[in-house]
Write a protein that binds this ligand. Structure first.
Ligand code: IVH
Length: 673
């Protein structure tokens, strides 16, 4: 019996690792989230009942173990080298000429592998018998720090290789070098979350990755959207590929994530062309890259070329120019977010930075302004990367002429004039006026975004607030056509469309409604965790801080925020208005009857079908499927009707989400509505 359980645990671990790999590395999951969760639950239950079966590489261990006291030092098995750089085509050719001279005349022609130069943190990963046993920072290149517990929480980092059952068997000892970073889109979301929670946002993705990796508490690291990209083998005690492009292929086969932007050339001109092309595409990359790395493909040649000053001759960094410039800080604008957080934005003398004219930049928060002593009138250094909002990095203090003015946090809200509050221990300053119009506009746009109400953007939100047609998001459900027609730019059709979109969004699941309320710290992820623990909004409203905080993934601050939110009468009134409007305030308890041909599948509907959308949605659910309001990685199919809406369709295309016509849906279900 015990043996059977042990076998089952091993099998589950293998399956879960494989599905993690399909999801995070290949971006192509083969099972639904619910199925995945079921596997994890089963494994957790076994490990709880039989702790002796718990292995350190178990996928259940990614959530982070006990906090460490500090970090142990680790001596690297071979020096973790850095790179020489070239900043232009000419310098690239000069590097090449230097190494060509060091090679024998009759040496075979060279080939080159080109990779992105990730702007993250180097990590050194040790695998024994395919198991991750140690992960270290680069440190000084000789000695790094043991951050294994934190690295275990990085979702794309294989805990056991090969990840795929048919992958190659690695040597018994293998040390892989890679870079841990945060994708630009994840960085934006992370900072948004931090700001909402009253915490200090990070200045850039690199700082965010570094700060997250060096956390003493791995549970914090686990909540940060870190990614790994692998690029070389430091050492191994068995045969490994002899070329760089072979190494990359091998690492990929073992299950390590690699970026798409890898290229292989046998001509240096082509390498230089590729570098220039990538430079112009820099802003479209998913991550921050400060250049490309060009490596002599033949590893024996790389070794033969040797190392000078800690830099191998056989590779070079082609650096993109820094995306920064200096300009004058003309003024500071304060704006109010949906939770009342007041954020400072720098108004700048317009300045071109790597092809984009920048006239506004983030100043992060008031702590940052004080820390860097940034003053109005200062010459400041401004940086930008990808589509991330440009930010002020700091002042250039030695060119001050004495006319600079310090920046004080506002004492009253710039939108409503109410006094500003700065809670003890928090970084943020808040406007706590529940009726503040600026907050209301942000709350409305957030609400419509989360509930996927099309056609209600910021412009309309401002109009609704200015005309006093709504005083909270729930009022949207009580808007009349007559009222909408009084707004500028609203004619018959536009009003009808908006009312239809609002009505349709009554059908969103309870966890979405919970997220849309805009409780500080309760975004879509936290809301779905909460919805599982508290199957109705009433149950959540009745819970005490302790029971909320006891839910895995929910901290005491969020628990307190939830309590505070429900303590306000106007928030409770809003809940009642939502209830009266017919929104779902509890999880559906489904007792499936009959066939469930759509079980495990998540659908999103766009465009007009032959039946009203909510009817189609109910029908899908009756067959075991799920219906969601927006396209994500988790969407199994987008059902496309007539005149499909742009955003869902575009997102599905971007994510390669399979699409079905109504007829194809019926074919898939083996039934018709
Ligand atoms: S190769 C001998 N490849 O850039 C191998 N480094 O100064 C030397 N980096 O901090 C490194 N992406 O961590 C290599 N694709 C890549 C890289 C990369 C980023 C970092 C590296 C180091 C710096 C090199």
């Amino acid at each position: 019996m015990d043996r059977e359980i042990a076998l089952r645990a091993a099998k589950l671990r293998e399956e879960i690792n494989y599905h993690n790999y399909r999801y995070y590395v290949l971006d192509s999951p083969v099972i639904s989230d619910a199925q995945f969760d079921a596997l994890m639950d089963e494994l957790r239950a076994i490990e709880q009942a039989h702790p002796e079966l718990l292995t350190p590489d178990s996928p259940t261990q990614r959530v982070g173990g006990a906090p460490a006291e500090g970090f142990e030092k680790v001596t690297h098995p071979a020096p973790i080298l850095s790179l020489d750089k070239a900043s232009s085509r000419e310098e690239l050719f000069a590097w090449h000429a230097r190494i060509r001279k060091l090679l024998p005349e009759d040496a075979p022609p060279l080939a080159y592998t080109v990779e992105p130069k990730f702007d993250g943190l180097t990590v050194v990963l040790h695998y024994r018998q395919g198991q991750l046993v140690l992960g270290a920072t680069r440190g000084d290149g000789q000695v790094g720090e043991d951050i294994t517990a934190n690295l275990r929480t990085v979702k794309t980092l294989p805990l056991r290789i090969p990840v795929a059952p048919d992958g190659p068997q690695p040597p018994s000892y293998l040390v892989v070098r890679g870079e841990v970073l945060i994708l630009l889109k994840d960085f934006d979301a992370l900072n948004e979350r931090l700001i909402e929670a009253g915490e200090a946002p990070f200045a850039n993705p690199r700082n965010a990755a570094a700060g997250s990796l060096r956390q003493l508490d791995p549970a914090i690291t686990a909540r940060r959207p870190l990614r790994l990209y692998a690029y070389s083998i430091v050492t191994a005690d068995g045969p490994i590929p002899e070329t760089q492009h072979g190494t990359l292929k091998y690492l990929r086969a073992l299950g390590f994530p690699l970026p798409d932007e890898i290229a292989f050339f046998d001509d240096l001109n082509a390498v230089a062309d590729y570098c220039e092309a990538m430079h112009s595409r820099r802003d479209q990359l998913a991550y921050e890259a400060d250049g490309l790395v060009i490596k002599i493909d033949d590893l024996a040649t790389q070794t033969a070329l040797g190392v000078v000053g800690g830099r191998p001759r056989g590779a070079v960094a082609y650096k993109f120019p820094a995306q920064e410039a200096t300009t004058q800080l003309l003024d500071v604008e304060f704006s109010v977010g949906r939770t009342g957080v007041i954020t400072p934005t720098a108004l700048l003398e317009p300045v071109p930075i790597a092809g984009v004219t920048v006239s506004r930049a983030s100043l992060h928060n008031f702590d940052f302004i004080t820390e860097r002593d940034i003053r109005i009138g200062d010459r400041v250094l401004v940086k930008r990367a990808g589509d991330v909002i440009p930010y002020v990095a700091g002042p250039i203090a030695d060119v001050r002429d004495g006319n600079e003015r310090p920046i004080a946090p506002p004492s009253v809200c710039p939108a409503c004039g109410d006094p500003v509050v700065h809670p003890e221990g928090e970084i943020a300053y808040y406007c706590i006026n529940a009726a503040c119009p600026a907050q209301l506009v942000q709350k409305l746009t957030y609400f419509t975004h989360v509930l996927d109400i099309e056609g209600l953007g910021e412009r309309t939100a401002v109009q609704l607030v200015e005309q006093r047609l709504v005083s909270d998001p729930a009022d949207l459900y009580y808007l009349t056509k007559e009222a909408l027609l009084t707004l500028e730019g609203f004619a018959d059709k536009k009003a009808d469309n908006l009312l239809a979109a609002i009505a349709q969004a009554k059908d969103r699941p309870y966890d979405r409604v919970l997220a849309a309320l805009g409780i500080r710290g309760v975004g879509t992820t936290v809301a779905s965790v909460l919805a599982q623990a508290f199957p109705s909004l009433d149950a959540l409203a009745a819970a005490d801080a302790e029971s909320i905080a006891s839910v895995e993934g929910i901290g005491p601050i969020t628990a307190q925020n939830i309590l505070t939110w429900f303590a306000h009468t106007h928030n409770r009134d809003m809940v009642e208005k939502l209830r009266r409007a017919g929104l779902r305030l509890s999880a559906e308890v489904k007792t499936p009857t009959g066939a469930q041909p759509l079980a495990g599948l998540t659908f999103v509907i766009t465009g007009t079908l032959s039946h009203p959308r909510d009817e189609v949605a109910a029908w899908i659910e009756s067959l075991g499927g799920k219906v969601s309001g927006s396209v994500s990685q988790k969407t199994s199919y987008l059902i496309v009707g007539a005149d499909p809406g742009g955003s869902k369709y575009n997102r599905a295309q971007a994510l390669n989400t399979p699409m079905l016509t109504e007829e194809q849906l019926y074919a898939l279900a083996g039934a018709r509505l």
